[in-house]
Design a binder for this molecule. Structure first.
Ligand code: ATP
Ligand code: MG
Length: 553
């Protein structure tokens, strides 16, 4: 399962290229379109591109593929950079922009026209579709395909000079309308689009297509290995065609790997945007979102996300990855690195009738095996809260928590024994009266009657209240957007349950935003990076201690 960068197929290609001198230095790039926030699939692409460069002493560029100005924005540009840095990667030099190459790309378009390799076509979108043919039928040549070089050049310059309406003309490559590869049937290079661009303002009214831009951008930057996902495999002949037909400075090559599709997740930016725009979640960084910023706010760590990307490997198949593997990586990381603390989610007061009003303070370790994570003070008082689920008036032997007349150990503190259940007029349990058993801190009871279980607790007078958001998977369906399923119909109605008044031990109020903890017996939690403060502590549930989804399945 382990897939160190050193043994995936891309590394094998790179190693061969370095060994036989095809390339001197490995240069990769991560090319997001700034039209949304990065998601877990992008994390995979980032770890592949940056990882291969790092492993081979090369460099990786960050290039914004900003050729569709309508849907792009500075907000996304900023968020993408923040997310990549947070994952622990640093691009070489400044971020780059496809738009910075618009002039060069345009000159290459004129070059193709002058070589007789491109022409201006007046077919409408509908007509063009019809001329294009189908997978089983060849296309037909556009009636405009044989315009003279001079006419094409004049028309292209006219397109650029804003002499035509949107949709009136496009520039197309002159390749082969009968090619079995639809991408080679005279693909579009430029469209007229009269929109302001976030980088170039109103300088351009024509914009290059992805196909005409991407490989040339790679060539300009000296990218050696242009790594993308499998859906671009059929575009590779076109990628190569442009590189062969243009006077480019270098010869990048494209390689594809399988997209990451985790189960119980959607990774299409369009759908993620819809979840945000329609208010199904609170924003792009809602902790239920599979975005990098959402995972961050949920308490996932960069280390765990990177580990997951390694674990799943890099292959040429497009399978679904069990999201439990991601959750496993998170759990494993937090188990090792998160400090322990106590939180009571469903508080039930326990009065320790034989305990004095003066508090004791225990100094306890923050982690069972990591001394470097230090110690904290834990005040113990006459009144405490335990979780209501941890008490029963009667129970069978399987129940190892507090029962009337029986004992339980309070974590890091005394063994107690329950004497009485106090109820209100409605017959509801409101309080438990119990006794501490003397001399049981760190010791078994002298009378030999050992407690069966250990439960968490918080001092009622020294503890603090907190808002705790219990997050679960956003979708209840394993493949929420497979085929023609409407992913919105599979949203988990219980993906967020907010506990308004949980009790936390006092040290937790001092948590810094984004600090992660294991709340003993409850799971892993993180101080919310936006809302948490010492005055109003807010914690988000990262993940439970065990995989409750596979257990119930
Ligand atoms: P989406 O389909 O979600 O809109 P995209 O592919 O259009 O994503 P880009 O911003 O163009 O998003 O992607 C930047 C890079 O990330 C591309 O190289 C793309 O192949 C890669 N990438 C996107 N989604 C995934 C994924 N699920 N798994 C692996 N790589 C991905
Ligand atoms: Mg894309």
């Amino acid at each position: 399962m382990e897939d160190k960068p050193a043994n995936n197929f891309l590394q094998a290609i790179i190693a061969r290229d370095l060994a036989n001198g095809t390339v001197q230095e490995v240069v990769t790039r991560f090319p997001p379109e700034p039209n949304g926030y990065l998601h877990v699939g992008h994390a995979k692409s980032i770890s592949v591109n940056f990882g291969l460069a790092e492993a081979n002493g090369g460099r990786c560029h960050l290039r914004f593929d900003d050729t569709n100005p309508e849907k792009e924005s500075q907000e996304f540009i900023d968020a993408i950079q923040e997310d990549i840095r947070w994952l622990g990667f640093q691009w070489h030099g400044e971020p780059r922009f496809a738009s910075a190459y618009f002039q060069q790309l345009y000159e290459w378009a004129e070059y193709l026209v002058q070589q007789g390799d491109a022409y201006v076509c007046d077919l409408s979108a509908d007509e063009a579709r019809e001329y294009r043919g189908t997978l089983t039928e060849p296309g037909r040549n556009s009636p405009f395909r044989d315009r003279s070089i001079e006419e094409n050049l004049a028309l292209l310059r006219g397109m650029r000079a804003n002499q035509f309406a949107e949709g009136e003309k496009v520039l197309r490559a002159r390749i082969d309308m009968a090619s079995p590869n639809m991408n080679m049937r005279d693909p579009i290079l430029y469209r007229i689009r009269k929109v302001t661009h976030h980088q170039t303002g109103n300088e351009w009214v024509i914009y290059p297509t992805y196909d005409f831009a991407h490989g040339q951008e790679d060539a300009i930057e000296g990218i050696t290995h242009s790594i993308c996902t499998l859906e671009f495999e059929d575009h590779r002949p076109l990628y190569d065609w442009f590189i062969e037909h243009l006077p480019v400075q270098s010869r990048p090559r494209q390689f594809e790997f399988g997209r990451l599709n985790p189960s119980y997740t959607v990774t299409s930016k369009r759908k993620l945007k819809q979840l945000v725009d329609e208010g199904h979640v609170a924003g792009w960084d809602d902790p239920r979102m599979p975005t990098i910023s959402g995972m961050r706010r949920r308490g996932y760590t960069p280390r765990a996300i990177r580990r997951f990307c390694e674990m799943i490997g890099t292959t040429r198949s497009d399978g679904v990855v069990d999201v439990a593997m991601l959750e496993f990586a998170i759990r494993e990381d937090l188990n090792e690195n998160a400090a322990r603390a106590m939180c009571v989610l469903n508080p039930l007061k326990v009065v320790l009738t034989n305990y004095p009003d003066t508090a004791e303070v225990f100094t306890v370790s923050n982690h069972p095996s990591r001394e470097d994570l230090g110690e904290r003070d834990l005040p113990f008082t006459r009144e405490i809260y335990i979780d209501a689920d941890d008490f029963r008036e009667e129970a069978n032997k399987k129940y190892k928590r507090l029962v009337l007349g029986k004992r339980v150990r309070l974590r890091h503190a005394y063994v107690i024994e329950a004497d009485e259940a106090i109820k209100n007029a409605a017959g509801e349990l409101v309080e438990v009266r119990a006794r501490v058993i003397e001399g049981t801190v760190g010791e078994n009871p002298a009378d030999g009657i050992k407690p069966k279980g250990v439960i968490q607790w918080v001092s009622a007078s020294e503890g603090r209240t907190a808002i705790v958001r219990l997050y679960d998977r956003l979708f209840i369906d394993e493949a929420p957007d497979k085929g023609d399923k409407d992913f919105l119909e599979h949203i988990n109605p219980d993906s967020l349950i907010t506990v308004e008044t949980a009790w936390i031990e006092p040290s937790l109020a001092e948590a810094v935003p984004e600090q992660g903890f294991q709340f003993e017996r409850e799971g892993y939690f993180v101080a919310d990076r936006r809302d948490h403060s010492p005055q109003v502590p807010v914690f988000n549930k990262t993940i439970g201690l065990r995989d409750s989804w596979s257990e119930s399945a």
